[in-house]
Design a binder for this molecule. Structure first.
Ligand code: DGL
Length: 282
C-alpha cells in the first residue's frame, strides 16, 4: 500500500466512470488511451437508459445512486461521462451532497471541459449543440459558453431518437440515416452561420459515420472523448491529493444494470477489447 508524506497509508482505488448506457464508453476509450496506467470501473445504467427524456429529479436520483455505489467501491474520483447527468445532476451533487457523503472525493462532468475547448474552434462564433432533450432544456451549454465567451451564440437542438438508435443497436441502419440527416438539417437551416457543432451527448460518437456522412463540409464536429481525457490528465496533475488515491494497474472493470450478456458484446466493439461485464444493482 502506498504512503503519504507523513508515512500514513493511502487507500487507492479505480477511477469511476458513469453513464446511462453505452455512450460513456466513448469517453472511457479516450481516457484510457491518454491515461492507460490507471484502473477504471465503468457503470452503464442501461436498464434505465435513456436518461435524456426523463425528469431532472429522476436523472439526479439515478446519478446519485451510481455515485454512492462507486464511492462504496472505494473510488475517490468519478467522471460523469454523460452530458445529461452533468447538466442536470452534477452541480447539486457537488454542492449539496458531496460535503456530507464524501467531502474529500470528487465528481467531475463533461460539459465544462468541452466548453473550455470550443472557443478555439469556431470562427463565426455560432456554435451548434446536439444533445438529449434534458441537456438542451437545461440550457447548460448556453449558460457556460455565453458566460465564457461573450458574443458567441449557442444553438441547441435536441435529438431524442439518437440515443435509442444506439441503445437498440440501430446505429448503422437506415433509420439512423433518416434521423441524423433530419436533425442536422433542422439545426443548420435554423442558423446557416454555424461552423462548429458539439456532440453534447456521449452516445453520439457511436453515430459518427452517419454524422460525417450528412454534415456539410466545413462544419467542425466536436467529439468529447479526447477533450475530456486531456482535461482529466490536467486535473490529475494539478490535484495530487486526488491522484494519489487512484490505483495504477491498467485494468478496467465493467458493470451494467442490464443483462451483461447483452452489454458485453457491443461494449467490446466500442472499446476495442474483450469486455466481460457484470451486473450491478444501484
Ligand atoms: N450519454 C448520455 C449523455 O451524454 C445520456 C444519454 C441518455 O441516456 O439519454 O447525455
Amino acid at each position: 500500500m502506498a504512503t503519504n508524506i507523513q508515512g500514513n497509508s493511502i487507500e487507492r482505488a479505480p477511477i469511476g466512470v458513469f453513464d446511462s448506457g453505452f455512450g460513456g464508453l466513448t469517453i472511457l476509450r479516450d481516457i484510457r488511451r491518454a491515461l492507460p496506467h490507471y484502473d477504471y470501473l465503468f457503470i452503464g445504467d442501461n436498464a434505465r437508459a435513456p436518461y435524456g427524456t426523463r425528469s431532472r429529479e429522476l436523472v439526479y436520483e439515478f446519478t446519485l445512486q451510481a455515485v454512492k455505489h462507486l464511492f462504496a467501491q472505494g473510488c475517490h474520483l468519478i467522471i460523469l461521462a454523460c452530458n445529461t447527468a452533468s447538466a442536470e445532476a452534477l452541480r447539486t451533487i457537488q454542492q449539496r451532497d458531496l460535503p456530507h457523503i464524501a467531502p474529500t472525493r470528487r465528481v467531475l462532468g463533461v460539459v465544462r471541459p468541452t466548453v473550455e475547448k470550443v472557443g478555439e474552434l469556431t470562427r463565426t462564433g455560432h456554435i451548434g449543440v446536439f444533445g438529449t432533450p434534458g441537456t438542451i432544456a437545461s440550457g447548460s451549454y448556453n449558460i457556460e459558453i455565453e458566460g465564457m465567451y461573450p458574443g458567441y451564440k449557442v444553438h441547441g437542438h435536441a435529438c431524442p431518437m439518437w440515443v435509442p438508435l444506439v441503445e437498440n443497436r440501430e446505429s448503422s441502419g437506415d433509420g439512423a440515416d433518416y434521423f441524423v440527416k433530419k436533425d442536422i438539417s433542422l439545426l443548420l437551416d435554423d442558423c446557416p452561420e454555424i461552423d462548429t457543432v458539439i456532440l453534447g451527448c456521449t452516445h453520439y460518437p457511436l453515430l459518427i459515420d452517419k454524422i460525417h456522412k450528412h454534415m456539410p463540409p466545413g462544419v467542425k464536429v466536436v467529439q468529447q472523448g479526447p477533450i475530456v481525457a486531456e482535461s482529466l490528465a490536467n486535473y490529475l496533475q494539478r490535484h495530487p491529493e486526488i491522484e494519489s488515491h487512484c490505483s495504477r494497474g491498467g485494468t478496467c472493470q465493467y458493470f451494467t444494470t442490464e443483462d451483461p450478456d447483452h452489454f458485453s458484446p457491443l461494449a467490446s466493439v466500442f472499446v476495442n477489447e474483450p469486455v466481460q461485464a457484470r451486473r450491478v444493482i444501484l
